[in-house]
Design a protein around this ligand. Structure first.
Ligand code: 3UK
Length: 536
């Protein structure tokens, strides 16, 4: 095999992939399209510009050269707090091509989380979009060791430097197994963990899920409401379209039904990627006018379970189906999924080619069909480890299997059914939300003695945080306290993490050893006669 090629063996099922001894992912995802004569085709569409594959490749080279010229070495990390747009692609692929490790992070985080990530990753460089300077700049001042290079995008100061950079760049001599990029994943306790992904992981997800499962083609236009910093969005709107020579629609606007509708009507995507909370929001907005979804071939949902009722209503109103699939940051993308012509409402679907799934039962062996257990998966896209976390890596990545932390059962036909998490973590709008983080924020209020947060299902069948709070004697009334606590959470936590309901209770249910029994709060709900206030 020549350098930098991927061979796809279709004579075997599931599809087998093999890589040349030297392999840099920027070659098949970016440079290959020029060799294939696709230089004039659109790679990216935004409200402001169209970027062709030719322009993309040139910009990737200039940005990669800029990173090298600033002294960032191969294997060093570049933390990216970057909004969705062409620059995200240029930085990500410029780094990858130069052998530098891009670490795109959630742009909704607060300064303290960025400070943690700068220190944890030991990144040599931080790049950020101007919108996030209010959180990133204080983080840069707070860290023990300031990264050597700081790239503030957006003020135009980089433009002359970029223009002066060579428009050619030889790909760093990496292997398919080498570290390529990281994505941070949140856990139930403690700080986020950097999941270390390899060059090959992007190929595996794009081929096995993008092509073999979704049937992606070069005339597809992909629009993802999940942003690029999520593993879900990174595949949907970057690696998948780039793998097939298709087109990505990028927008830095908030994911809101009216804004999305306008983008869909303007760019006419053929694949639409959302999360259940957004499908529910769209359905509500249809009362005010229905967008034209006629260009869309398939809608995809992930991040949290898609309630069968939302799928049913969506099919009824739009005539389009939604393919629900479960993925994770550690697996990089979706490994169990419904597929075109094979949709089982209320199920996550069947195992994606290239992956294996295994449900650990209570007896320590494989769970029988219909019996709940803990879902493990294996496949060639799973993270090598968590950065600097040997214990947590060993606990999660076991003999080539990844512990998803999800409770699942499967039926006799191979369909998998989600039955909740095996820890206390919540998925809110498809994004991780730790109850402990919200509790810690609530107890910062001087009138709060203690607090517990659990997930409660709303009218759409989707989980949102609910708080149970014990107040000091003499504290203000329930409504006043609810609005104060709500303001505190909205001000100091990521925007989706505030409790939607507050319950004020005289005490929290605890075990003999003093541990809060969250399961009892979930099961019994609000003890009668206690004060309750809705935050919305
Ligand atoms: C939950 C689901 C039920 C589940 C992701 C697609 O969500 C993604 O990654 P995260 O690391 O979270 C992983 C966890 O989220 N989950 C995701 N999808 C579903 N639960 N049904 C679903 N369809 O708890 C899982 O362990 O944020 C999704 C592609 C890439 C991703 N990273």
């Amino acid at each position: 095999m020549r350098d930098n090629t991927v061979a796809i063996d279709r004579s075997r099922v599931p599809t087998a992939l093999s890589f040349a001894p030297r392999f840099n992912a920027a070659v098949p995802f970016i440079d290959r399209h020029l060799v294939d004569g696709r230089g004039d085709r659109p790679a990216i569409l935004t409200a402001r510009e169209t970027v062709t594959y030719g322009a993309l490749a040139e910009n990737v080279n200039r940005w990669g050269n800029l990173l090298l010229a600033r002294g960032i070495g191969a294997g060093e990390r570049l933390l990216m707090v970057i909004k969705d747009g062409p620059e995200f692609f240029y930085l990500f692929w410029g780094a990858v091509k130069a052998g530098i490790i891009p670490v795109p992070v959630n742009t909704l985080f607060r300064g303290d989380t960025y400070a943690y990530m700068i220190e944890d990753s030991g990144c040599a460089a931080v790049a950020y979009s101007p919108e996030f300077s209010g959180e990133v700049e204080p983080a840069l001042s707070a860290v023990l060791e300031r990264p050597r290079v700081v790239l503030a995008l957006g003020d135009g100061s980089l433009r002359p430097q970029l223009a002066a950079m060579p428009h050619r760049l030889a790909p760093a001599a990496t292997r398919a197994e080498d570290d390529c990029f990281w994505l941070y994943s949140s856990g139930s306790t403690g700080a986020p963990k950097g999941a270390v992904h390899r060059h090959r992981d992007l190929v595996v997800t794009s081929q096995h899920y993008g092509v073999d499962t979704l049937g992606l083609r070069s005339d597809d236009i992909c629009f993802s409401e999940a942003k690029l910093f999520f593993a879900y969005g990174l595949g949907n709107a970057m690696s998948f379209p780039l793998w097939v020579g298709g087109t990505a629609v990028l927008s830095d606007a908030r994911p809101e039904p009216e804004i999305t509708a306008a983008l869909i009507e303007r760019f006419r995507p053929t694949l639409y990627f959302g999360v259940p909370t957004l499908y529910a929001a769209h359905l509500r907005s249809f009362a005010r006018g229905r967008p034209d979804f006629s260009s869309v071939r398939y809608c995809v949902s992930a991040g949290e379970a898609l309630p069968a009722e939302i799928l049913r209503r969506w099919q009824e109103v739009t005539g389009k189906t939604i393919l629900d699939g479960i993925g994770s940051t550690e697996a990089l993308h979706i490994f169990i999924s419904n597929r075109p012509g094979d949709v089982k409402p209320g199920s996550s679907g069947r195992v994606v080619p290239g992956y294996r799934a295994w449900i650990l039962g209570e007896n320590g062996g494989e769970a029988a069909n219909g019996t709940n257990g803990r879902l493990f998966i294996s496949g060639a896209s799973t993270a090598r480890c968590y950065w600097n976390q040997p214990e947590r890596s060993a606990a999660t990545m076991v003999n080539g299997w990844l512990d998803t932390g999800d409770t699942y059962h499967r039926d006799a036909y191979g369909y998998y059914y989600y039955c909740g998490r095996s820890d206390d973590m919540l998925k809110v709008g498809g994004i991780w939300c730790s109850p402990f983080e919200i509790e810690a924020k609530l107890v910062e209020h001087p009138q709060v003695v203690e607090a517990a947060v659990v997930g409660r299902t709303d009218g759409d069948g989707l989980v949102k945080p609910e708080a149970f709070v014990v107040l000091r004697e003499g504290a203000a009334g329930a409504d006043a306290m609810a609005s104060e606590l709500l303001a505190l959470c909205r001000r100091e936590l990521a925007p989706y993490k505030y409790p939607r309901w507050f319950n004020f209770v005289p005490e929290l249910p605890k075990t003999a050893t003093g541990k809060i029994q969250r399961f009892r709060l979930r099961e019994i709900g609000l003890p009668t006669g206690e004060a309750r206030a809705a935050a919305e």
